[in-house]
Design a protein around this ligand. Structure first.
Ligand SMILES: NC(=O)c1ccc[n+]([C@@H]2O[C@H](COP(=O)([O-])OP(=O)(O)OC[C@H]3O[C@@H](n4cnc5c(N)ncnc54)[C@H](O)[C@@H]3O)[C@@H](O)[C@H]2O)c1
Ligand SMILES: O=C(O)[C@H]1O[C@H](OP(=O)(O)OP(=O)(O)OC[C@H]2O[C@@H](n3ccc(=O)[nH]c3=O)[C@H](O)[C@@H]2O)[C@H](O)[C@@H](O)[C@@H]1O
Length: 376
């Protein structure tokens, strides 16, 4: 017995067309994959707000609380963005989407995120970050018009580099985790599609993004929950108690970087610009240039929550984490006009407000042990 796909049909096509309809003469028609995710929701909303046509795609997998993804979906729905439910590996679905609407840009954010989860489910990283990326690039290559692709790589590609701050030209051949290896592989794969098929591709190396509507598997998020519940938080330390730190970057700064990358994608100026008729291939760091230790992260949360944390300092397990990240953003500043403006304190203040006023009251019912188990 054949089963019909959950997509297709006149009503579905109408929603797809309406969502992707450009509202301003200068607007773009953008497919955002991973739109029910943290970064995807914010980017899709920002593009829609400025008049672009925006269509989402997400498989709502259960890596973390799917209710949170559904709540993000509801928010986008109210803004006029339809999220098609499906997997980026579904080639027929992607073909259909490109047939139904002339997509000018793909912002590809769907991926298996999280560094430590790769220890327990390595296959999901290959499925989404390697096979899934190839499926998206195959669909983009075959589409008419051929869209420009902007996609999320990761600061994790710098791996075991000890030279900081990290610049785009630095070594990225020593990944510390399978997650990082799949993002590095993604950069190489993207280069092939630029080289052979002339796709315009921009890779964005995000640095530890945080903020309202964030991911419950990330440390700032589950630290908040555990501090409020009086549970101990584990603060990782390097060898000889060395500081473990991150270049935490606030979501609104990342969104501005993504939107600027969309606008820059077709241009032939700057790094990786068109040469001999070749479409651009570019990579940018999107970070905050001011690393903060995990210990200071916890202190800021204590201050904002007005609750003392029960702190456990533990030697960083061999789990794929790196000790230190720090972005050099000179290239993104110059070519994208990217200027992050949010300090960790003021960004966390906004996160904590969202967490207390919205998340902990309406969504966190079952999000406790489950999220904790994927984070340890
Ligand atoms: N948040 C960060 O700190 C950070 C840092 C560096 C890079 N990134 C990258 O940015 C992107 C967005 O990250 P995020 O934090 O929003 O993560 P997220 O998990 O919240 O969002 C990813 C979304 O993609 C969807 N998805 C996953 N696999 C899919 C598949 N096969 N088909 C369809 N949908 C699928 C998930 O359901 C999820 O909603 C990812 O590529 C991630 O690797 C994130
Ligand atoms: O920048 C990136 O590329 C990556 O940023 C984050 O990864 P990470 O920086 O490891 O973010 P968290 O998982 O929130 O960890 C933040 C810091 O807290 C530390 N940590 C984590 C968990 C814990 O129990 N204790 C602890 O000290 C980690 O070692 C790390 O230094 C995202 O989770 C990845 O998806 C992303 O690719």
């Amino acid at each position: 017995m054949s089963t019909s796909p959950s997509w297709g049909g006149p009503a579905w096509e109408k929603r797809v067309r309406s969502s992707a309809r450009v509202r301003r003469a200068s607007g773009k028609s953008v497919l955002v994959t991973g739109a029910a995710g943290f970064v995807g929701m914010h980017v899709a909303a920002a593009l829609k707000r400025r008049g672009d046509g925006v269509l989402g795609l997400d498989n709502y997998n259960a890596y973390y609380d799917p209710d949170l993804k559904r709540a993000r979906q509801a928010l986008l729905d109210r803004a006029g963005v339809f999220i098609v439910e499906g997997d980026i590996n579904d080639a027929a679905l992607l073909r259909k989407l490109f047939d139904v609407v002339p997509i000018s840009h793909v912002v590809h954010l769907a991926a298996q995120a999280g560094v430590r989860h790769a220890l327990t489910d390595p296959g999901s990283y290959i499925h989404s970050n390697v096979a899934g990326l190839v499926a998206v690039l195959e669909a983009a290559k075959a589409a008419d018009p051929q869209p420009a692709v902007v996609w999320a790589s990761s600061s994790s590609v710098y791996g075991l580099n000890s030279k900081v701050p990290f610049s785009e030209a630095d070594r990225t051949d020593r990944p510390a985790s399978l997650y990082a290896a799949t993002k590095k592989a993604g950069e190489e794969i993207a280069h092939v599609y630029n080289n052979i098929y002339g796709l315009s591709i921009t890779g964005l190396r995000f640095f530890t993004v945080y903020g309202p509507w964030g991911r419950p598997d990330m440390a700032y998020f589950f630290f908040t929950r555990d501090i409020l519940r009086g549970k101990p938080v584990s603060i990782f330390e390097g060898p000889d108690h060395a500081t473990v730190a991150r270049d935490f970057t606030y979501i609104d700064d990342i969104v501005r970087g993504c939107v600027a990358a969309v606008d820059h994608a077709g241009k032939s100026t700057g790094s990786g610009g068109k040469k001999h008729g070749q479409a651009p291939f570019r990579i940018y760091n999107l970070g905050n240039t001011s690393p903060v230790s995990v210990s200071d992260l916890v202190s800021i949360l204590e201050q904002l929550l007005k609750v003392k944390a029960v702190k456990k300092f533990v030697k960083m397990p061999r789990n794929g984490d790196v000790q230190f990240t720090h972005a050099n953003i000179t290239l993104a500043e110059k070519e994208l006009g990217y200027h992050p403006t949010t300090s960790l304190h003021s960004g966390l203040k906004k996160f904590v407000r969202w967490y207390l006023e919205y998340y902990s009251t309406s969504l966190s019912k079952q999000a406790s042990e489950e999220d904790r188990s994927i984070s340890s």
